[in-house]
Each structure stands twice: as structure tokens, then as C-alpha cells.
Design a protein around this ligand. Structure first.
Ligand code: PEP
Ligand code: MN
Length: 263
């Protein structure tokens, strides 16, 4: 169902003012984790002012260590909904288990499936029954075929609004957290009608590399960007090293607009 042979027209995802695809680069920005009302509200206001149309923020966090911050859970979902109330930004947040799909869907506009859950088939089927867009992240060790078949699990349940998110893969390299293959954009576009979103934050793990990869993703034809932004990256509860300050994010947006209009 994901193939261009089945459906040659590109799928465009539209929710509130967030448009992913069809010539529009949808930008989703916000903290890795929701940490407090002040943090979410301040970030939401600033990313909106810079041009983002979506607000990201994790309330249920898939942390490598069970002793790391696990997220604010439903309290975090409520803060995201309050930020939407004030700013109008579309909310993007992760759902980790089929048991939470109903709860998370009640608060969010887009459900994110994290890299660690790309092959959690019961979760994919559960979000396939929801009538809200899904941001499906590529597993860090998943092949393109596995990635597309994971999307197929969602589509097969009747949910046609799936965006594919390249967030970097595991390689032998250690200079970046993951290796971000931007060739995924043109490669996937030749195979699927689904829109492609790039996550340069997890893709590099290094804040100073994020802006150049945003520009490159736009140049490569990405339909969307998802970028971690935190008002105080040094004290972030998760992923501070790859988080942009709101000021640096605003400058990145400005540069991306120049790339988009370069020709
Ligand atoms: C995230 O978006 O904060 C996240 C956990 O991403 P990923 O699933 O790509 O690691
Ligand atoms: Mn993160």
C-alpha cells in the first residue's frame, strides 16, 4: 500500500497548520522530554515565533536506562495540550505501548512511534486503527525494506496518514551518536508516496551539526523536519547535547528558508 506503484500521488499530511509534503516542509520542534509547564510553554512560544507548525515533546520516554527520567506521562500530555491551546501548534508525542494508544491519542495531534518500537507490530496495528497521523521513526538497525513494511502494518489497518522519519542508524562511527543517511530522502521518495521527515537531532546527537543537516535535508527534498529545542539545553532531562536553543533554532529556520528558495 505504501508503494508509488499502488498510489502515484504523494500523500500529504495536514493537521492544524502543520503540513508535511506536497511542496511544504513541515517543521516540528520542541524538547526531547516535557519537563515542566514553564519549559513547554516557553519553548512552544519561541518555536512558533520562528516558524514551526508542530510542537514535539515526549511524555512517555523510551530511555536506554531504567534509572533515567522516564517522562511526565499523562501530566506531560496535559502540558502539551495546554501549549496547543495557547499557540495552536499541532502536538507530536510518542506512544510506547498499545495500552496507551487511546490515552495519548486523546491529547495529541500526531502519534510518534519511536525507533525502538518500529517493529512492535501490535503497536503498529493499534495506531493503524486511530484516525490521526502517525510519525513512524526508522529503527536504528532497520533496513529500508523493514522500515517500509513497518509502515505497511499501519496502512493495512486503514490509517493512510503515515510520515516516515529518518532518525539515523547504527554504524561503526562514533563521532556522531547515529549516522544520518540523507540519501534516504530521494531513495524513499522513489519507492513510496508517504512523506519523509528528517530528524537531525537524533541523527547526529550533536547540536552544532543540527543546523547544517537541516539545510541539507531541505536540499535533499525532505517533506518535514523534527528538531529538538530546549530553553536550557545544559540542564535538559534528556538529549541536551543535541538540543538547540530557541535562538539557534530560529537561525536554522532562516537558513532553511534560504535553501528552499535558493533556485
Ligand atoms: C525522541 O524523539 O525523543 C526519541 C526517543 O527518538 P527515537 O525514537 O528516534 O530515538
Ligand atoms: Mn530525544
Amino acid at each position: 500500500i505504501a508503494s508509488v506503484e499502488t498510489k502515484p500521488e504523494s500523500t500529504v499530511i495536514k493537521v492544524r497548520d502543520l503540513v508535511i509534503g506536497g511542496g511544504t516542509v513541515g517543521v516540528i520542534a520542541g524538547p526531547c522530554s516535557v519537563e515542566s509547564e514553564e519549559q513547554v510553554m516557553e519553548t512552544a512560544r519561541q518555536v512558533k515565533a520562528a516558524g514551526a507548525k508542530g510542537l514535539r515533546g515526549g511524555a512517555f520516554k523510551p530511555r536506554t536506562s531504567p534509572y533515567s527520567f522516564q517522562g511526565m506521562k499523562e501530566e506531560g500530555l496535559k502540558l502539551l495540550a495546554a501549549a496547543r491551546e495557547e499557540t495552536g501548534l499541532a502536538i507530536v508525542t510518542e506512544v510506547m505501548t498499545p495500552h496507551h494508544v487511546e490515552l495519548v491519542a486523546a491529547y495529541t495531534d500526531v502519534l510518534q512511534i519511536g525507533a525502538r518500537n518500529m517493529q512492535n507490530y501490535h503497536l503498529l496495528q493499534a495506531v493503524g486503527e486511530v484516525r490521526k497521523p502517525i510519525l513512524l521513526k526508522r529503527g536504528a538497525s532497520a533496513s529500508m525494506d523493514e522500515f517500509l513494511l513497518a509502515a505497511e502494518y499501519i496502512l493495512d489497518q486503514g490509517n493512510q496518514e503515515v510520515a516516515l522519519c529518518e532518525r539515523g542508524i547504527r554504524t561503526f562511527e562514533t563521532h556522531t551518536r547515529f549516522t544520518l543517511p540523507l540519501a534516504s530522502v530521494p531513495y524513499l521518495k522513489a519507492r513510496t508516496h508517504l512523506p519523509i521527515v528528517i530528524d537531525p537531532s537524533h541523527g547526529t546527537g550533536v547540536a552544532s551539526l543540527v543546523t547544517p543537516m537541516c539545510r541539507a535535508a531541505v536540499a535533499a527534498g525532505a517533506d518535514g523536519l523534527i528538531i529538538e529545542v530546549h530553553p536550557d539545553p545544559k540542564n535538559a532531562a534528556s538529549d541536551g547535547a543535541q538540543s538547540l536553543t530557541p535562538e539557534v533554532f530560529a537561525a536554522a529556520m532562516e537558513q532553511c528558508r534560504k535553501v528552499a528558495n535558493a533556485l
